[in-house]
Design a protein around this ligand. Structure first.
Ligand SMILES: [Zn+2]
Length: 395
């Protein structure tokens, strides 16, 4: 469970969490991160009032989300009663995670610590047919659930990630040219009807941010920008410990920030968007001419490891262009960490150096001084793990 509200498939089931759920997430997060083991420490860690802590801890104990166990150190024995400490109850829940990209479909069954029990991945042209992609995902889920046999009864929920804006109020894919075949579809509700357990939906960059905070480079942080640089480019924003989606789910759409007003036409209808100069597609196209075999990002990563001048140049330029856009975002949001993920980050060193160069040049020095800029730790698994984290947070 995490402090993130989620876009539920049921429109009546959302936006009713409010402050209590946020505070409950803070309490749970403090115990999970080891920052508090009793109510007094929770008051210090969260700044919440004693009565609020008492109420929330009582609720979490009653639901067996938290348990109280004897304190191994037990240096605070009073009146013959051993001291006790709070911990998160071990859970044996399983979740289903679906990561749909522009050209792949990954499905996994994961446990409550986000360990993959079974998974399956296949290339898929997600853009051209929503029906085909969802049918494929459903078939793979059925196969994986059959494979785990009786353990299927432990599955408590699922989540699906898409490279498109998702309206947080309705759970539908937003209008526009980014994923036109999916506009106004409600993929989570469709999967939920098929599977019979709650399914949430989230934008893919947002899932990357959740995953890096839960399990990766940004563990435990509260103000993080995560960039998914793949076929498309998008940012996931976690501000004050909460995922920030914007009013219609389009916050962080940095791929469509124009960086060259006379540049090539973008699928969004503008010209010279960041995505038209710094995506995987563009990097591969720019690097291809001197190479005989069709390039892949795996091959580009090998070229970077071999200190290939062309690879360093193209990825450095892509990083600098991306960093110029991110510098404005960093100036506005003052995050603790900027995490660069997605397929492009597989060839990460020159890309990251370019991003860092532009941020140091264009962001405020006082903000840059305290900003950590790093590559994601979870690579291409980030979206699957983020979907698992989201599914595990379902009420
Ligand atoms: Zn665009």
């Amino acid at each position: 469970m995490g402090p993130y509200s989620c876009a539920m498939a049921d429109p009546n089931g959302r936006d009713n969490d409010g402050l209590r759920k946020f505070n409950r997430g803070r309490v749970l997060g403090a115990v999970r991160a080891g920052r508090a083991t009793n109510r007094a420490e929770l008051r210090t860690a969260t700044g919440l009032a004693r009565s609020t802590i008492t109420g929330l801890v009582g609720e979490l104990l009653a639901e067996r989300v938290l348990v109280e166990v004897p304190d191994a150190h037990d240096s605070d024995r009073r009146a013959g009663r051993p001291a006790r400490r709070l911990r998160v109850a071990p859970r044996d829940d399983l979740v289903v995670a679906v990561d749909l990209g522009h050209s792949h479909c990954r499905v996994g069954v994961l446990d409550s610590s986000a360990q993959v029990i079974h998974d399956e991945s296949a290339p898929m042209d997600t853009d051209s047919s929503a029906d085909q992609a969802l049918d494929h995902a459903s078939a793979v889920i059925d196969r994986l659930l059959t494979a785990i046999g009786p353990e299927r009864s432990r599955v408590v929920g699922g989540a699906i990630g898409l490279p498109a804006p998702v309206n947080p109020s309705t759970g539908t894919v937003g209008p526009g040219n980014v994923l036109p075949q999916w506009v106004d579809r409600h993929p989570a509700a469709e999967l939920q009807r098929h599977l019979g357990f709650p399914v949430a939906i989230e934008n893919d960059a947002n899932l990357g941010a959740l995953a890096e905070i839960a399990y990766g480079a940004a563990r435990g942080l509260h103000d993080v920008i995560y960039v998914k640089a793949s076929t498309g480019i998008g940012a996931g924003l976690v501000l004050g410990g909460q995922l920030y989606r914007g009013s219609t789910g389009r916050a962080g759409e940095i791929g469509h920030v124009p960086v060259d007003p006379t540049g090539p036409l973008c699928r969004c209808g503008n010209r010279g968007c960041l995505e038209t100069v710094a995506s995987v597609t563009q990097v591969l196209a720019m690097m291809q001419p001197p190479h005989d075999q069709p390039l892949t990002m795996a091959r580009v990563a090998q070229l970077v490891d071999a200190d290939d001048a062309g690879a360093n140049r193209v990825l450095g330029d892509a990083g600098r262009t991306m960093g110029r856009v991110l510098a404005d975002m960093v100036n506005n949001l003052n995050p603790e960490m900027l995490v660069v993920g997605g397929e492009l980050s597989l060839a990460g060193a020159p890309l990251l150096a370019g991003v860092r160069e532009s941020i140091e040049r264009f962001a405020q020095p006082g903000i840059v001084r305290d900003l950590r800029i790093c590559l994601g730790e979870l690579g291409e698994r980030a979206q699957l793990l983020g979907a698992a984290a989201l599914a595990l947070s379902l009420p």
